[in-house]
Design a protein around this ligand. Structure first.
Ligand code: CAA
Length: 263
């Protein structure tokens, strides 16, 4: 888990089974330049494949989770460059290739692409004072990494429309009230402590079931209810083919702690 090879991120294993990526570009408030996203993708892929990792934490600093896509990098971009190089598409690796749950721990600014990156994660914890928003309208553009879709699904059309059309921020407390975040904590220290506690809890379960939970819950965002429920049932059935379903249910009957095999 050496972080030496990265310039814009740090990786660590704060608890057994927990892989952490810390965005580390303090001079630009973790603005998400392409090299940073490339490093993030490399680190996430490595955690996704590692037998030592069940759950991933993605965080920034106390001051900024991420202040958005890199405005200086974007400023000169032309339509044809953006279009032919599929600008921003590589960000979505987070939502496609990574099968393990990712918890975003958000303190400070989570603006534009920073807010979108957090919403790509599987669950968000934040500080009450975190500063979320989609301010792209102020730059003469629109959210480009899923903000208009994910924020709208999370908080409903009218609220999302208001935020995206005005560029106004919302607080971590509001994010938790509205369901964008799962929970908001009064301090940065409490945020990091509780994030790791939750990560540790998840890391204590079977990786097979953990991955399946992520997959079925995320399907609810794409599928109509009936198809979603059918999908869930198929995956549920498939888990009877796993060893850990037997381990878990036998341990319950014997009043023992399950020894997961992750198979
Ligand atoms: N891109 C590039 N650089 C950024 C940046 C960004 N998104 N956000 C901050 N920085 C840089 C600043 O330019 C500044 O660098 P210099 O010291 O070299 O001038 C440094 O980070 C510190 O920033 P500030 O001095 O502005 O710090 P502040 O505390 O006064 O303000 C802030 C903090 C309110 C977050 C402010 O920096 C800001 O408004 N940032 C831009 C937020 C934004 O508009 N994000 C959306 C980007 S568009 C997008 O993300 C598109 C998409 O959907 C994918």
């Amino acid at each position: 888990y050496s972080s030496n090879s990265y310039e814009y991120i740090q990786v660590s294993q704060p608890k057994p089974g927990v892989g952490q990526v810390t965005l580390n570009r303090p001079k630009a408030l973790n603005a998400l330049c392409t090299p940073l996203i490339n490093e993030l993708n490399t680190a996430l892929k490595a955690f996704n494949q590692s037998d030592d990792t069940t759950v991933i934490v993605l965080t920034g600093s106390q001051r900024a989770f991420a202040a958005g896509a890199d405005i200086k990098e974007m400023a000169p971009l032309t339509f044809s460059e953006a279009y032919t190089k599929s600008f921003i598409e590589s960000w979505s690796l987070l939502t496609t290739e990574i099968k393990k749950p990712i918890i975003a721990a958000v303190s400070g600014h989570a603006l534009g692409g920073g807010c979108e990156l957090a919403m790509m994660c599987d669950l968000i914890y934040c500080t009450e004072g975190a500063n979320f928003g989609q301010p792209e309208i102020k730059l003469g553009t629109i959210p480009g990494a899923g903000g208009s879709q994910r924020l709208t699904r999370a908080i409903g059309k009218s609220k999302a429309m208001e935020l995206i059309l005005t560029g106004k921020s919302f607080t971590g407390s509001e994010a938790a009230q509205w369901g964008v975040a799962a929970r908001a904590f009064p301090t940065y220290e409490a945020l990091m402590e509780e994030t790791l506690k939750t990560a540790e809890t998840i890391a204590g379960y079977s990786r097979v079931a953990v991955n399946a939970c992520k997959e079925v819950v995320n399907k609810s965002q794409d599928l109509p209810l009936r198809e979603g429920v059918e999908f869930e049932r198929r995956v549920f059935h498939s888990l009877f083919g796993s060893n850990d379903q037997k381990v878990g249910m036998k341990a319950f009957a014997e009043k023992k702690k399950p020894e997961w095999t992750h198979s």
